[in-house]
Ligand binder design. Structure first.
Ligand SMILES: [Zn+2]
Length: 403
């Protein structure tokens, strides 16, 4: 971690967008089940003009037949630490871009880059690097997961680097992110936790409750102070007890809170996912990957911040202690699981992967739904819900090679 190069100002590599643009020829994607905010239009059509979705097709538009496919908005991941062998916490600019691109190949067109616990100077340096990528439009912003988390629920974070959430230090981090800090995960029950939640809320940064040992009552207090997200609900927090309901009950019951869920089949039992979905409702769930470097890459040894991780059969665990250390999930798999194994409707899965995170990030005027005027960010799936195409801002990232 000490020798991470400060690669600020490095030119954007050609690998960011190796696929041909649509050449500015307007496109009509015709015949698919198009999932709109108002419901699914069978045999519908979607017009893409330039970087945006358009209302009507100009005469010179190229028509592409996508019958028997689903057209849904591009996925939005608000909690993601890396992929393609690259870490957002320690990679160079080129490596971070490779990680972003790996997730784009799996349909994630909007991504908030997450860091793991590090020392404050290091995190401020990462904030500088990542904020430049946010300014270039490569990521939607930065999520700091730690260092203000509970040693009792540290998961795959270095215990010696954890600290209480001092509002002055929280302020330093969000200043280092130059307006691009989107979210901070903290254990709000620690000294300074509630004041830090207030500070984040005042600065328009999402205060997310996570890696926490809070009681039900302490969690209610944090929500009252302005916390609006549950960081990977169920994971790294006390379980739901009948006399001590803990944070889970408080986070599920409050309509102001969006709950993150890692739908990889490892982090959650399907019944727990169902419980959260039924209790919070489809509008308050955000599926995340919490992905680490191995996502879209493969098994092997990796570093998560300063900690060594072994990935076997797609499950990432700390070498020491065996805690689950992020996931190797991509959101196309999360979507397919949701509709084929969890029994969610396509519309509810789209809400959890697109519309809800867009609203949470304050980006629902440009992304998160297929509506004229919004960015042409979309995912094309076949009838088995396997990914066939990805378009970001009007350009194919994965070209479906149709028509
Ligand atoms: Zn995480």
């Amino acid at each position: 971690m000490a020798n991470v190069p400060g690669a600020r100002g490095t030119a954007r590599p050609a690998t960011t967008n190796p696929h041909p643009a649509t050449g500015n020829v307007p496109l009509v994607l015709s015949g698919a089940n198009v999932v709109m905010p108002t419901g699914t239009v069978e045999g519908g059509r979607l017009v893409v003009e330039g970087t945006r979705i358009a209302g009507t097709a100009p005469e010179n538009a190229q028509v592409i037949d996508v019958k028997a496919h689903w057209l849904i908005p591009g996925f939005i991941d608000i909690h993601n630490h890396g992929g393609g062998g690259a870490s957002f916490t320690s990679g160079t600019v080129d490596e971070v871009l490779k990680g972003i691109h790996t997730h784009r190949l799996h349909g994630t067109t909007t991504l908030v880059a997450s860091t793991v616990t590090g020392d404050m100077d290091f995190l401020a340096q990462r904030a500088g690097l990542l904020s430049e990528l946010a300014e270039q439009g490569e990521i939607a912003g930065i999520h700091f997961e730690g260092p203000f988390i509970s040693p009792c629920r540290k998961g795959a974070h270095s215990e010696e680097l954890l600290r209480d959430p001092d509002p002055a230090e929280v302020r330093k981090l969000i200043d280092a992110a130059r307006g691009k800090a989107k979210m901070v995960t903290l254990a709000t029950e620690l000294p300074g936790g509630i004041d830090s939640v207030r500070l984040l809320a005042e600065h328009g940064v999402i205060a997310a409750i996570g890696h926490t040992d809070a009681t039900y009552e302490q969690t209610v207090e944090a929500i009252e102070a302005g916390a609006t997200v549950a960081t990977h609900l169920f994971n790294a927090m006390p379980t739901l007890g009948h006399r001590a309901p803990g944070p889970i009950a408080a986070l599920l019951e409050d309509e102001r809170v969006t709950v993150e869920l890692i739908n990889d089949g490892t982090h959650l039992h399907p019944a727990s996912l169902q419980l959260a979905f039924h209790h919070a409702g489809a509008d308050r769930v955000a599926f995340i990957t919490d992905a680490m470097d191995a996502a879209g890459f493969g098994d092997g040894r990796y570093m998560l911040g300063p900690l060594e991780v072994e990935v076997a059969d797609g499950v990432a665990r700390l070498v020491e202690g065996g805690s689950i250390a992020g996931s190797t999930l991509t959101l196309d798999r999360a979507f397919k699981r949701a509709v084929t194994l969890d029994g969610l409707s396509v519309e509810d899965a789209v809400a959890a992967l697109c519309a809800n995170p867009a609203r949470l990030l304050g980006m629902d005027d440009t992304v998160g739904s297929l509506e004229p005027g919004k960015d042409a960010d979309l995912v094309l799936l076949d009838s088995d819900f396997d990914l066939k195409g990805v378009m970001r801002r009007g350009e194919w990232v994965v070209d479906p090679q149709l028509g």
